[in-house]
Design a protein around this ligand. Structure first.
Ligand SMILES: [Zn+2]
Length: 316
């Protein structure tokens, strides 16, 4: 399995167009050692070595997806003279704008599959008619309902005798539906379908993906502990980061993200799984770990985490 991080920032990217937090301001002034980042986008290639064509699975469809596709040579159309794409499946972790806006970049009469919980699908298909533009393709974009996996059974799915297959499981992380969802629809949606993580098993290896990790549900820990690579929520350093930088009146936890530091933070809560590669992504522009010379940057590295950057690649 090849994993490409096409984008590694939280909503707004880094720097953010309307933000004058210390990170964004110092970046514009050339006074910080930090890399610009587009909004979080993950791509996975899990194809048998004998496959004629390589197809890719995307996790979410970021608002920056068009430029991210153009920057990745692997995602160019097949050179057979027709409209085509190696993008076959798109898994949605939630109905957040950051997770779904990129679907509108893919509206050029192209068929592919969108895999989402029934709740996320209803939000996009029933209440947000702009996404019906995807139905113009022939064959149309296919929506596939994801079932929420039962907690606890973290057994790997792998048949060494059979063909190499990518197995996926949707893990409920708790959390809330986006603010834009109407009260009427929200009242009938299953809350466990709001924010998902994904576990992918391929040829005996396991990837756990959770760009958004609310603090309400701790079931993710068993999945993270059982994985070889973990791509996990590094949005905020502290719970009060948005208050301190004047970006919001809410804490990190109130908007659905466990902060990295402090009591009950991710660095403290992450299971002691020495074999897992732990990679932080979805990093907000206010987060001091973006500054490569900061104490916070050094602290996450010392805790055994890596910090994702645009263009990061790994093989599993
Ligand atoms: Zn900023």
């Amino acid at each position: 399995m090849r994993i490409k991080i096409l984008g590694s920032a939280a909503g707004g990217g880094f720097p953010q167009w309307n933000c004058s937090c210390p990170n964004c301001r110092r970046f514009r002034d050339g006074k910080v050692r930090a890399a610009a980042r587009t909004q979080t986008q993950i791509a996975i290639d899990a194809n048998p070595s004998y496959a004629q064509r390589v197809y890719w699975t995307l996790i979410n469809a970021s608002p920056d997806l068009r430029q991210q596709i153009l920057a990745a040579k692997e995602l160019r159309p097949f050179s057979d003279g027709h409209s085509s794409t190696p993008i076959r499946d798109i898994y949605l972790t939630s109905a957040d704008v950051d997770s779904v806006a990129g679907l509108l970049h893919l509206r050029e009469f192209q068929g592919f599959r969108i895999l989402a919980t029934p709740a996320v699908r209803r939000i996009l298909q029933e209440e947000n008619s702009i996404f019906r533009v995807l139905g113009r393709a022939a064959p149309p974009v296919e929506w596939v309902n994801l079932e929420v996996a039962s907690p606890g059974n973290t057994t790997r799915k792998y048949d060494p005798q059979g063909p190499p297959l990518l197995f996926s499981r949707a893990i409920s992380l708790g959390g809330e539906f986006p603010d834009y969802v109407s009260g009427k629809l929200r009242a009938i949606l299953a809350p466990e379908e709001a924010v998902m993580g994904f576990v992918f098993d391929y040829c005996g290896k396991r990837l756990f993906v959770s760009p958004t990790l609310p603090s309400s549900n701790t079931g993710w820990k068993d999945w993270a502990a059982s994985a070889d690579v973990v791509l996990i929520d590094g949005t905020f350093w502290s719970d009060t980061e948005l208050l301190q930088t004047g970006r919001s009146k809410k804490t990190a936890r109130e908007i659905g993200h466990i902060p990295l530091a402090g009591p009950g933070g991710l660095l403290e809560q992450f299971p002691k799984a020495p074999n897992a590669r732990k990679i932080l992504l979805h990093i907000n522009n206010t987060n001091p770990i973006l500054d490569q010379d900061s104490a916070e940057h050094r602290a996450v590295l010392a805790a055994g985490f890596e910090i994702a950057y645009d263009g990061m690649e790994l093989t599993l």
